[in-house]
Design a protein around this ligand. Structure first.
Ligand SMILES: [Mn+2]
Length: 241
């Protein structure tokens, strides 16, 4: 799968298009991120929204596990900068890795909530998250970074987390800061409900997040003619990209 994603992404980028990858579990974007780390001339950063740190060397004996995606990414020859947001489920090994690797910054959900409860504005906190990211940003969005009310059937839900409004504000601030979104992935949106009605909500939220990610990506490349300040996202550019 890693090789397939790598090869397909290469073809899409060679055709002058940008990649938004929809998982699947969180191991799915490895080939895409590997390709970007090999081919991007500039340093880039990953904005990683997730309940889990995903920094395990391996999980249940499996190296390319969804719980190891960012560890694998940080083991690439040219690792990107990694900024993690809403993390609230991690083991000692992951904590150690984050705190001994200068290219990893982890913003724990507990600290985020304490800041909010004690009167910090979301704007100032988002500015802090983005301050560690270079000009080029890849967004890796595990839907379980949201509170489980928005993704009740995802595989590993964890209490706490962000609202869709908080996350959409982050996307807008990335664009407003003048950074460019080079690609993104959205993963762990599950259709695991027992009935279509149970599953509909997960798909509904997932589709909206995908739409917002696509709008943010296009808005961050002004040559596409999109309006970066539009609250509803850009008009589809004339060239259809
Ligand atoms: Mn994840």
């Amino acid at each position: 799968m890693n090789q397939w994603v790598y090869d397909e992404a290469k073809k899409i980028i060679a055709a002058g298009k940008r990649v938004g990858l929809v998982g699947g579990d969180h191991s799915s974007p490895f080939g895409l991120i590997k390709l970007l780390s090999e081919t991007m001339a500039d340093d880039f950063g990953i904005l990683h929204i997730d309940a889990h740190a995903d920094l395990r060397f391996q999980y249940q004996g499996f190296h390319h596990s969804h719980a190891s995606i960012m560890r694998n990414v940080m083991s690439l020859p040219k690792p990107p900068k990694l900024v993690q947001i809403a993390i609230r489920d991690f083991c000692e090994e992951e904590y150690e890795f984050s705190h001994t690797n200068a290219r990893v910054t982890t913003h724990y959900d507990g600290d985020i909530k304490s800041g909010l409860f004690e009167g910090r504005s979301w704007k100032s906190m988002v500015e802090e998250f983005l301050s560690d990211l270079p000009q080029k940003v890849y967004i890796s969005f595990d839907i379980d970074g949201l509170n489980p009310q928005f993704c009740p059937h995802t595989g590993t839900p964890v209490p706490g987390g962000l609202t869709t409004d908080q996350v959409f504000y982050i996307f807008r601030q990335v664009v407003k800061s003048g950074r460019q979104i080079i690609a993104f992935d959205l993963n762990e949106v599950s259709t695991g409900g027992l009935t279509p009605a149970e599953t509909e909500w997960d798909g509904n939220v997932g589709a909206r997040v995908l739409y917002k990610l696509s709008c943010a990506l296009l808005s961050s490349h002004p040559a596409s003619g999109a309006n970066p300040t539009s609250p509803v996202g850009p008009i589809r550019p004339a060239n259809g990209s």
